[in-house]
Design a protein around this ligand. Structure first.
Ligand SMILES: [Fe+2]
Length: 363
């Protein structure tokens, strides 16, 4: 519960996230960035540690991982991280699915990092392209037909994905709902095969159901539970010139214990003395996954497909050198060029053995 008491002790800058005068700005907060909080102004960089033990941060490159669906049409995405509320998977499907898929343990929200293609669903076909979010409701049957190898970061949430409630910014935030693409019904004809496999993806599975008719035979539908795509090019970035806004401002969709955000290119904060790089923090209540889709960070190119895991309670943040550079070059670097997808989870995430094996071990 938030408190009305806010104290100020010792040496503190007058403004939040500004005029640091050599101090390191470190947030110790609850509830992501929306609960009780304290800024700690330190002498030293809180990232200056050597980690030993299971809570060390992880960095992996998507291209170094090999989901079985990248080489085998009958293969599956690779599990990266999991907890009781969600699974985070990587797919690199190159060929069309010879089966139909149905994720029966939860809603699927997938980000298209690379590739284009077709998603045949019970509700009708959807095209996908780079930068799309693809939402597929729990237990909806679909089949992916890629035009080319397609890299998807997939988040399966145990409870429903929902758009967060409209706040003071109104109904067009976090996004204008009229910009989503919804399929038109298109019943598929039988193609002469003996039976059609619908693979149920679930814990302890899979289970396959075999139909003697085409499973995508819906001629019409109505209601408010349907798949859709939304491209990040249509996402409106909220700006503030005098203070860097917390990550939670960029919330896109949420499920119980799972929060998905888009960090997209934007103008850097221009008020003199304002820090343009997010402050150090240890996110006491959330594990954080960042997926670097592309772009640059204050003029430094980002490796596309880099996946970072910051466990709750462990400090993270851009290195001090990058902060000094951003301060020095603030007249030149007027934009923040990152395109990053973030998934914050309330419960601790367990990395899969494949992730541990591919860990670049930055710390
Ligand atoms: Fe963070």
């Amino acid at each position: 519960m938030e408190s009305f008491v806010h104290l100020r002790k010792g040496i503190t800058p007058a403004r939040l996230h500004a005029d640091l005068d050599g101090l390191k700005d470190d947030e110790l907060g609850r509830g992501g960035f929306t609960g009780r909080t304290a800024q700690l102004y330190r002498r030293n960089e809180p990232m200056g540690y050597r980690a030993q033990g299971p809570l060390a941060p992880i960095d992996i490159l998507a291209d170094a991982l090999e989901p079985t669906d990248s080489t085998d049409p009958a293969g599956s995405p690779l599990l990266l991280f999991s907890n009781a509320d969600c699974q985070i998977l990587l797919s690199r499907r190159a060929q069309e699915m010879p089966f139909f898929a149905r994720y029966v343990d939860g809603d699927l929200l997938s980000f298209v990092h690379k590739g284009t293609g077709l998603l045949e669903t019970e509700f009708g076909p959807l095209r996908y392209r780079e930068g799309d979010w693809v939402y597929i409701p729990k237990a909806c049957t679909f089949r992916q037909v890629p035009d080319s190898e397609s890299t998807w970061l997939m988040i399966e949430a145990t409870e429903e994905f929902r758009v967060p409630p409209a706040g003071p910014l109104g109904r067009h935030f976090p996004f204008d709902p009229s910009r989503i693409v919804v399929p038109e019904p298109q019943a598929m004809d039988d193609d002469g095969r003996d039976e059609y496999e619908v693979r149920l993806v679930h814990e302890g599975g899979p289970t396959s159901l075999f139909y003697q008719h085409h499973p995508l035979d819906v001629v019409g539908w109505q209601g408010d539970n349907f798949p859709f795509t939304f491209n990040i090019a249509d996402y409106n970035v909220v700006l503030c010139d005098t203070v860097h806004l917390p990550a939670t401002v960029h919330l896109f969709m949420q499920a119980t214990g799972v929060y998905v955000m888009n960090f997209l290119p934007k103008r850097a904060e221009s008020a003199p003395g304002t820090e343009t790089i997010p402050w150090y923090h240890r996110n006491a209540d959330y594990d954080e996954i960042a997926f670097f889709h592309g772009g640059d960070m204050y003029g430094v190119p980002m490796p596309p497909g880099l996946i970072s895991h910051a466990p709750q309670g462990v400090h993270h943040g851009a290195p001090e050198k990058m902060r000094e550079r951003a301060r020095r070059k603030r007249e030149e670097i007027t934009r923040i060029g990152w395109t990053t997808i973030a998934v914050d989870t309330r419960r601790r995430l367990t990395p899969s053995p494949e992730v541990m094996a591919a860990n670049l071990g930055a710390h």
